[in-house]
Unconditional design. Structure first.
Length: 352
């Protein structure tokens, strides 16, 4: 007995079942939420603490700056921009601003140049690398008050070590406290002594992140050490240089410990020779007990630092070239590629 099977006609296509929509369960949704929200939860403690100890005092200071604050009643009368007008009309403010910028320039520029040079030396194949790298950090871990006391005695007008050495060499003594520019040099020396090692280690870490293959290829091409430094090291340090310059700007314009401890009175000199903005802010707030004016002065300093920081950012970006970067794509291209990859991943997930 034979049986024959009916074959489908050649033109008829096999019947296909409609694909059922894929259901996303609760566990799948929870995994997606965890992937999106967990990074924010991990970093949230810092921002919560910063909001309590940082943003709230800033906002509270902004409110006080518009008031004539009464410390006895812990309340104030709203007077608008009168406190700001008073600060800007004081000759002492402009003297303090001049001194602040003078000390900032005398400290930040030599400090950055010296930090780059020392970092480049420590990046070489030298003996006892760890010892030398830890040695440059010793001044940073010293207390600022101790550094200021030591250097203020070194730069004493009569019995200081520097003037004694100069007189032994037949040179005239320098009036470190009576002359404004000389006092700025002395205070800038304290700042450079303390912060150069800190910036050196930051720059050294960035230098060590540069692939060694770049230097090997440059050596094969006949480039010397100096040429490699200009063409490979400096361009690769661009993000780190921006960070160091901005942090040095913020710290330099907020300098307080060194001018405060430069003499026994801590008021910026008899003729305001080394009076800085933060030192005057302290004197107004805690010397004259006028928190409204001190708060206005603090906000003026904040706006100055913000403006200088933005200018520094643009200048640094224009001066430091993009050569030597491992990724030559622009930020717009990287964002576009990231969005395309994300869409492609979503399509693949939906197609499974």
């Amino acid at each position: 007995m034979t049986s024959t099977l009916e074959r489908p006609t050649g033109g008829a296509a096999p019947e296909t079942r409609a694909r059922e929509p894929r259901r996303v369960g609760f566990s799948k949704r929870r995994s997606a939420w965890d992937l999106k929200l967990s990074p924010y939860l991990y970093i949230s403690p810092f921002f919560i603490l910063f909001a309590i100890t940082g943003l709230f005092p800033i906002a509270y200071t902004a409110v006080i700056s518009f008031m004539d604050w009464d410390l006895v009643r812990n309340s104030g009368e709203f007077i608008g921009f009168d406190q700001y007008a008073w600060v800007l009309s004081q000759p002492k403010f402009w003297i303090a601003l001049r001194n602040t910028f003078s000390i900032f320039l005398l400290s930040s520029i030599p400090q950055l140049i010296l930090a780059i040079f020392i970092a480049a030396m420590l990046d070489q194949n030298i003996r006892a690398k760890t010892f030398w790298r830890m040695s440059v950090l010793i001044p940073y871990v010293m207390a600022p008050v101790a550094v200021a006391l030591i250097f203020s005695n070194m730069f004493g007008d009569q019995y200081g070590v520097v003037n004694t050495t100069l007189q032994n060499l037949g040179l005239p003594a320098v009036p470190w406290h009576s002359d404004a520019f000389a006092s700025h040099i002395a205070i800038a020396t304290m700042v450079n002594f303390r912060w150069t090692g800190y910036n050196t280690l930051i720059l050294l870490a960035a230098m060590q992140a540069v692939p060694r293959e770049y230097y090997e290829a440059a050596t094969v091409d006949g480039a010397g050490k100096f040429r490699q430094f200009l063409s490979i090291t400096l361009p690769s340090l661009r993000p780190t240089l921006i960070f160091v310059i901005i942090t040095s700007t913020i710290g330099g314009l907020q300098i307080f410990d060194e001018p405060r401890m430069y003499d026994q009175y801590g008021t910026g000199g008899a003729d305001n020779q080394w009076l800085t903005v933060t030192l005057w802010l302290y004197n107004v707030g805690w010397g004259e007990w006028n928190f409204g004016r001190a708060a206005a002065l603090a906000w003026i300093l904040f706006l100055i630092i913000l403006a200088i920081g933005v200018v520094n950012l643009f200048i640094t970006r224009s001066l430091v070239r993009d050569e030597g970067r491992r990724d030559t794509r622009s930020r717009r291209e990287m964002r576009a590629q990231a969005r395309a990859a994300k869409k492609q991943l979503a399509r693949e997930e939906a197609g499974r």
